[in-house]
Every structure is written in C-alpha cells, then in structure tokens.
Design a binder for this molecule. Structure first.
Ligand SMILES: *Cc1c(COP(=O)(O)O)cnc(C)c1O
Length: 438
C-alpha cells in the first residue's frame, strides 16, 4: 500500500478530508446503509473510501493505491474507466442519456446485432435489462413460456442472483431459506455430475440453468464433457439449456464465452457484469428466434424494463465489445491466467496442506484453503499489501482472483508476491494460535 498525496475532493462537495472524511462516510454506512456490512468491510481490511480508479489501480481517500484483483467480480474486464468506453458514454450523455421509450434507439439496435454475431449457434435476439439477476429472471420467464413447462433444474452452489426468480434457482440454502416459499418446481443437483443431471431432467423440465464456471460456488470449472452432456440431456427431453454467463462471459475465462471451451450452444444465454465496460450497469438475455416467437410473438410487451436497453448502457456495451476485440483481451486473459495459475501453484507447494487447490480458467481463478479463517486473513493481508481480493459468496474457503483482463505481467507478479506473503503469514499465525491453545 503506497501512500501518496491525498486527493479527497469529494464529488458531492463534502467538506472533510483524510481520516476524518473516511470515518464520516463509514459512520453514515453504520447509520443509514448497513451496519453489519460496515463491520464486515472494516474487518476485511477495507476501512477506506474509494475515490478514483484507472486501469487496474484503485485509489482511496487516504491516498492508498490498490491493485484491483477482484475486478468487481468480473465487472472491470476492460479495466476501470477505459478511455474508449468513457468516451462513448460521454458522447451519448451529451445527446440522449435515457430513451424516451417511443422511438427506436441506435445503440440498442447495434449492440443487439453485435451480440447476435458474437454469441454461438442460433442465439439471435437480445432483451436488455440492468443487472445479472434481471437477465436471469428474463431467461426463466422465457423458458416457461417457450416450453409451456414450469420446472427447472439447477446446481448446488450455483449463483444466479437474488431477486425472487433468480434466487429460486440459486443453489445455496442460506440465501433462499429466509424468503421461502420461492418459485416452485426447482430441483438442485451436484455440479459436474452428469448422472444426477440426467436423472433430474424430465419431460416436465422447462430448462436446465448452469454456469460455465461456478463463480460464487468457489470457482469450479465445468469438467470436460459436462456442458456437452447437459446439452444432450436437454435435447433428449425437449428442455432448454440456459447458460448463465453473467460472470464468465466476454473473455473472462480465456474464451469469449465459457461455453466456447466446449463448443456448446445454449438456447438462452445471460450476460451482465463485464458488458457495461465497468462504466454502466447492463444485463442481456440472448435467445433463439423460436423462443422469441413464443414469448413476444403475440405480445411484444410481455416482458419489459423501463431502463433496459438505455442508450448510455448500450453505448458502453458496444465500446466494450470493440475494446475486447482490439486489445485481444480474450487471448490476454488466457496468457495472464496461465501466469497467475502457475505462480499460485508454486505458493501452494510452499504452503503444505494449507492450500487445498488452485483452479480456474483464464482470469477467473480460485484458491481453496483448508480453513476459512486462513482465507479471510489472507484477504486482509493482501489488502494491507495493496492488492484487492475477495472470497466467493457460497464458499468462504475460496479466495477469488478476477483482475481486469488488461492486467500486465508485472502486475500479476506484484499480486503474486502479496498473495504469497499474506498467505504464509496467515498460515503461520493460525498455526501459532493453535499451538498456544494446546
Ligand atoms: C453476479 C452474478 C449474477 C447476478 O448479477 P447481479 O448483477 O448482481 O444481479 C447472476 N449470475 C451470475 C453467474 C453472477 O456471477
């Protein structure tokens, strides 16, 4: 963590500076946002206020600079404030930020066309929304109407969002239970288990929903053949295959889409996080023409969103897709991913049994610790060394590393050094504690 001159000029014109400013903002989180979350963030080593960011580097109110190896859970694939995305959004901002909702919108038309060109198979039409969970909601509604069936098969540990429908297919009891009854008819099977999937899918199944790599489940890549098998199982029963690429999409895994590793074509694909280029929120649900005919054929307004497909978000999306292509970010994700994986595996060797596994694809990488507390302490230790990481929501033993795809080899080395020191420190600290207890 390097300290430089503080730059705390508040965009809201707030008068305090430095530590007093930080305390005043955190106090408002305690009073008006979420006290428990405030505690959690401070405990994690993030008791500071973000002020600005560029590329892979985030600057806080106390003047500290961090390498962002969380990347907004996959939001910042082209980095923070990529000039091309910022410029495209500025251009649109100065003309027409939000749609008047009666006329046609250029940015939406062009982005839908581009997505149809880039996505695999017969995926053609796009419904735009504002987040990942909305993209999944739309996918579930489409699957029901398109098949006339009501049942879904999802996987344990999966994450598809926290609105009622998406939550209903999210594979973690802890987040579902308090809100039951949820959408009925969902069966959960273990991820990567072809037999269990084959057994769960029937002629009642509207769709199977899967991630190409389980993100919040602990960065668990699909085993070779799993997605292909899922495709075959769906076809056998006339069920649709929804692949949730909200986190894996647009280069993150070293392929443009997670399904590209296997050449599998889903019937419905969801995108969000990276699509807005780290500048605008956007969600997208892309499906085939026959599905579109079923859902929108009679009533083109059957599913809508006021802000979905707005000009600012679509301008950001178009610019983002251009940047990913121009800067060869898919290939760079694969290369930097290899470097990061190799470096982490070397630390795993040093750590004895404390690090159970290092896994992932491209720049979607997870490190599984034997003990949850070691993972937490490592995240904290990395933060103190100026590198941001986080654990996965459904599996706190796993630290996830998802830096922007523009990350350089030097930045990867810097993060690896911080990880090594923090992990070894955390391991010896907890070993010491255990001994003193004994
Ligand atoms: C983040 C995520 C979502 C939910 O996206 P939000 O924008 O937070 O609603 C859904 N699916 C996957 C795979 C995700 O990683």
């Amino acid at each position: 963590m390097s300290s430089s001159t503080t730059e705390t000029t508040s965009p809201q014109g707030f008068s305090l500076e430095g530590e007093a400013y930080v305390e005043a903002i955190i106090e408002r989180y305690r009073q008006y946002v979420n006290p428990g979350l405030a505690r959690l963030m401070q405990f994690g080593g993030f008791g500071d206020v973000e002020v600005s960011a560029e590329g892979c580097v985030l600057t806080t109110a106390t003047g500290a600079q961090y390498l962002d190896f969380l990347g907004g859970y996959g939001v910042f694939s082209v980095g923070h404030r990529h000039p091309k995305v910022v410029e495209a959004v500025h251009r649109q901002l100065d003309r027409l930020p939000l749609s008047a909702r009666t006329f046609f919108c250029e940015a939406q038309a062009l982005l839908a066309e581009r997505l149809a060109q880039l996505t695999p198979g017969a995926l053609q039409f796009t419904f735009f929304s504002n987040s990942g969970t909305e993209a999944v909601e739309a996918a579930l509604k489409m699957a029901r109407v398109a098949t006339g069936r009501t049942q879904f098969v999802s996987t344990e540990g999966s994450y598809h969002g926290k609105s009622m429908g998406s939550l209903s297919v999210t594979g973690r009891e802890k987040y579902r239970k308090p809100f039951e009854p949820l959408v009925p008819g969902v069966t959960f099977v273990p991820y990567n288990d072809v037999e269990a999937l084959a057994e769960a899918v029937s002629s009642q199944t509207a769709a199977v929903i899967l991630e190409a790599i389980q993100g919040e489940g602990g960065i668990i890549p699909a085993k070779p053949g799993y997605l292909t098998a899922a495709r075959e199982i769906c076809d056998r029963h006339g069920a649709l295959l929804i692949v949730d690429e909200v986190q894996t999409g647009l280069g993150r895994t070293g392929a443009l889409f997670g399904v590209d590793h296997e050449g599998v074509c889903p019937d419905i694909m969801t995108l969000a996080k990276a699509l807005g280029g780290g500048v605008m929120p956007i969600g997208a649900t892309i499906a085939t023409a026959p599905i579109w005919e079923r859902i929108f054929g009679e009533n083109p307004l059957l599913h809508t969103s006021t802000f979905g497909g707005n000009p600012l978000a679509c301008a950001a999306g178009l610019a983002t897709l251009e940047v990913i292509q121009e800067e060869k970010l898919v290939q760079r994700a694969a290369e930097r991913g290899e470097q990061l994986l190799a470096g982490l595996r070397a630390v795993q060797q040093e750590a004895g049994g404390a690090i159970v596994e290092v896994r992932g694809r491209g720049l979607m990488i997870g490190v599984e610790f034997a003990v949850k507390d070691v993972a937490e302490l490592t995240i904290n230790g990395m933060a103190r060394r100026g590198v941001i990481a986080a654990y996965t929501l459904n599996n706190p033993k796993v630290i996830r590393l998802e830096p922007p795809l523009i990350v350089t080899a030097d930045q990867v080395d810097t993060a690896l050094r911080a990880f090594r020191e923090a992990a070894l420190e955390a391991i010896s600290l907890l070993e010491g504690l255990e001994e003193s207890v004994e």
